[in-house]
Ligand binder design. Sequence first.
Ligand code: FAD
Length: 549
Amino acid sequence: MKLLIVGGVAGGASAAARARRLSEDAHIVLFERGPDVSFANCGLPYYIGGEIAEREKLLVTTPERLHSRFKLDVRTRSSVEAIDRTAKKVLVRDLALGREYEETYDKLILATGAAPFRPPIPGIDLPGVFTLRNLQDTDRIKERVDRGVKQAVLLGGGFISLEVAENFVRRGISTTVVEKNEQILTPFDKEMTTPIVQELADKGVTLLLGQSSEAIEQTAEGLVVCLTSGQRLPAQLVIFGVGVRPENKLAIEAKLEVGPRGGIRVNEHLQTSDPDIYAVGDAIEVKDVVSGEQTQVPLAGPANRQGRIAADNVFGRSATYRGTQGTAILGFFDRTVGMTGASEKALRRANRPFRKVYIHPTHHAGYYPGAEAMTLKLLFDPTTGRVLGAQAVGGAGVDKRIDVLAVAIQAGMTVFDLEEMELAYAPQYGSAKDPINMAGFVAGGLLREEHPQVDVEAVLAAPAGERAFLLDVRTPQEFTSGHIPGAVNIPVDDLRSRLDELSPDRTIAAYCQVGQRGYLATRILQQKGFSASNISGGYKTYKLFHPSA
Ligand code: FAD
């Protein structure tokens, strides 16, 4: 067996190592255009910021180590230029020696990744304007930062830009993030990004939403990023982080099937439209675990797992890829935001029925020092209760809840399963009723119709004459320090004695700070004959939608 692998980082290196473990005799060649294989893309921003001090730490392994441990024929600075599917050979350009040669294959794995998108605007090629994908980009950016950068502009408000923003702040650089949408981190629902927007402001990062760049100019003082709004942002360093595009040139030229967004089409065995050619990682189209639709999700975890699966199939093990659910997480200083499965906006776009709840628990027992607040949003099927998606934002403990919910989604679990989950508990780690259980209780209660809930946005969207009566059941002090406009305050402890102040003809939307007292108030009101619901997640959820109210 002669296996050729194109691309030597996440997907390609995983495939190569797995292939060797499955066959001592195969001839395995790993082609990589750049000088490094298997480097830690995800660590690059932290090397620029100094958090990762040594460059060598970013090299997960080297061509030499891959050769000595795995007997791999690693060819760096080697670009595969074309595939001849009939003759089963590839054309390789040796970038160091400037010569071309051919190499035959029995099986071929494409792990070519995705390249940062560079919008064709004037000034994109000016010195000081970068994208960030590999160690060479990192070296260039870091060298410039080390020489002294006062102002930087990051175009795009996605994961990579925000990671770079954190590291620029650490380096004392005045940083502006420009995002063309009305929210950062577009895979998330907008309200769940509110705490990160606040953290950006707290750390001195300027965020410009709904704006994009139309040109970059070089002036005597440095670069100027010209925005469509007419605003001009001076900078000594500009990075485009406006998304990636699958590296599909080889596949297209070899007439392999490619999806509408450019991802190489593969079946569940990660086989392309040519059975002798497999493809993995950022270059491919994948099935969305929740919707079943084809999509593209450029993440390291899927790329690594796909590499293994492709190698398994090459060596006769029938392995299948289940699909991708988009489990992703971002740290921005002490804030963490994570998600898994479908977002609310994806479900709306797909016209798929869903219900949602918000809870605001602490990450471990509130009485134990150091408890940090988080917000957890759970999306689920209104009929079966199947978990469709989850997002969480807070500090410590967000990662753990998102991981548990990622497993729940992959296992096809329901909100009733979340109620029953037995999770590790001691006060410094969690709560006897873990946030996962709490989300299950609230969602399960909703579906069993024990606990009528409404979404604050739905209440406020109703025409004035039909709007529910907003009842704030918090303390007068809490009410005075901020409430939903139009709400009337009757603290939950006084509610039983003040029911005569409420009209039995009006639907009541009760709320407290996070939903607990609102739930109790709803139970009292319902048993006394009122039509009442609890606003999911209470005032804290309202503030996610209306941060400056
Ligand atoms: P890549 O890792 O991009 O590797 C593809 C390789 O193929 C490249 O090195 C390229 O040079 C080579 N290649 C392409 N064409 C050819 C050719 N014709 N001939 C030879 N070689 C070729 N993901 C996460 O899940 N979490 C994170 O925290 C995270 N952080 C990131 C931070 C940064 C700065 C970046 C850039 C990415 C980050 N990612 C993260 C994304 C993650 O790195 C990618 O999803 C993953 O690397 C994809 O693996 P891949 O093998 O498909 O592609």
